[in-house]
Design a protein around this ligand. Structure first.
Ligand SMILES: NC(=O)c1ccc[n+]([C@@H]2O[C@H](COP(=O)([O-])OP(=O)(O)OC[C@H]3O[C@@H](n4cnc5c(N)ncnc54)[C@H](OP(=O)(O)O)[C@@H]3O)[C@@H](O)[C@H]2O)c1
Length: 400
């Protein structure tokens, strides 16, 4: 039976036999495992590099090093094992299995988090199913694993309590309530996850619940990334397609906060929600096709891949930007047409963006939109619901 909570924890004294540095664009992840655990977990830097390169990001140098003896954290009460949802194959929700796995051990610059809430995002579903936008199939396999997920524990965002910190970590203490983004390194759908302190990791605002905190980064950081790429300015007209989703609902709020005039595109049942997020106008796509309306926008953000740069061109003002959040590779690589351009690719995972997101949330500029929560034990049901593509905002799994 799985053991939970502080009371069940055993002192950690098992020898560390394996360790590995893996890279990402923003930082490195030290992965350490006890002897019984082969180091399967993690996005290897060379694959991250290939993926990033193909998406016009600079490659990441692979760094290998043995774990220094000083890496064992001062807090020695780390449970030997933990429950984790593992995804050992690509496929339907039946590939998800609840297993006992060795608890990750934080290295000198890492923070071990006891997970209390974690988002189940469209990214988790895309990785499990490998149902990626057209043109990204091979890149997806290179990035996440050719035959099966290289990191079998999915989950990109986590809210929880710091269980232990590495020797060189400053600013976090055991017991701190935190919100972190593992991003493509994943690993949050478990009772514990380890994040390098250099990753997006912040103290959770005291008045924000763990569930609310876990719901914010996926959509919020994507929205921040694309609005910063688009350089959305006050007074500009912005159209958000998929305004009721995790990304879209954050885009509506953050564009409105920047002073833009926001129009949201959503289905009938979500019109009231999108209005409540601050959209100045809403187009119900079941009744009206925005491409047929005699109106133009400075920025069109397509968060669901329902359109294309070519289709939106006549609806873009001069110097207009088409944001391809979920579009095909062709949209990402689309050449500018006169003064209008298409912007796409993966959103960055920057520590300062998460900090900004928390400040915006505390200032009331971004409110969590949570469709529903599931107990951790029902993660496959959460996956199934997210896979419908119909959720409103975020879906979160919580620990009992
Ligand atoms: N580039 C990146 O780095 C990045 C980062 C994050 C996410 N993404 C991608 O962005 C996409 C959106 O993610 P998400 O988490 O926001 O998805 P989501 O929460 O599942 O959003 C889908 C929402 O859009 C609505 N919708 C569906 N079809 C629509 C249409 N034709 N027009 C307008 N609204 C429509 C759905 O409601 P109804 O069905 O009721 O309309 C639902 O509320 C995913 O494909 C994800 O992979 C990309």
């Amino acid at each position: 039976m799985p053991r939970q909570g502080h009371t069940d924890m055993v002192a950690f004294d098992a020898p560390l036999s394996r360790c590995r540095w893996s890279g990402s664009k923003e930082g490195r992840v030290l992965q350490t495992y006890r002897a019984m655990d082969p180091p399967k977990v993690g996005l290897r830097a060379r694959h991250a590099s290939a993926y990033a390169l193909l998406l016009r990001y600079p490659p990441v140098p692979l760094q290998l090093s043995a774990m220094p003896a000083t890496a064992v954290p001062s807090t020695a009460h780390i449970p030997a094992t933990m429950r984790a949802w593992v995804c050992n194959h690509y496929g339907g929700t039946d590939v998800l299995a609840l297993e006992m796995r060795p608890c990750p051990i934080p290295g000198p610059r890492d923070v071990l988090i006891r997970v209390l809430a974690a988002s189940v995002s469209s990214a988790d579903v895309r990785i499990r199913t490998q149902n990626l936008p057209r043109g990204f199939g091979l890149m997806g396999r290179l990035a996440f694993g050719l035959a099966r997920p290289r990191q079998p524990v999915l989950g990109t965002d986590v809210a929880g309590l710091v269980e232990a910190v590495g020797r060189d970590v400053q600013g976090f203490q055991p017991g701190d309530a935190v919100l972190g983004v593992a991003g493509v390194a994943m690993g949050c759908h478990a009772e514990y996850c380890v994040l390098p302190a250099s990753r997006p990791l912040v103290h959770k605002p005291a008045r924000m619940s763990f569930t609310a905190a876990a719901s914010l980064p996926f959509g919020g950081m994507t929205a921040l990334h694309f609005w910063s790429k688009a350089q959305v300015r006050a007074g500009e007209k912005v159209l958000v397609i998929g305004a009721s989703g995790a990304v879209g609902s954050a885009m509506v709020q953050l564009a409105q906060h920047r002073g833009a005039q926001v129009t949201g595109v959503c289905s009938t049942g979500n019109v009231a929600l999108v209005r409540s997020l601050g959209a100045h106008a809403v187009i119900d796509y079941t009744e009206q096709d925005f491409t047929q309306i005699d109106q133009r926008w400075d920025v069109i953000a397509d968060t669901v891949g329902a359109s294309s740069f070519a289709v939106c061109l006549p609806r873009l003002n001069e110097y207009g930007r088409y944001m391809s959040v979920a579009g095909s590779l062709m949209e990402v690589l689309a050449r500018p047409r006169a003064t209008r351009r298409s912007i796409g690719g993966p959103a960055a995972e920057r520590a300062q963006d998460l900090q900004l997101l928390m400040e915006l949330a505390q200032a009331g500029a971004l409110r969590p939109v949570i469709d529903c929560t599931y107990p951790f034990s029902e993660l496959p049901a959460a996956h199934a619901y997210v896979e419908t593509g119909r959720k409103r905002g975020a879906v979160v799994v919580t620990m009992p």
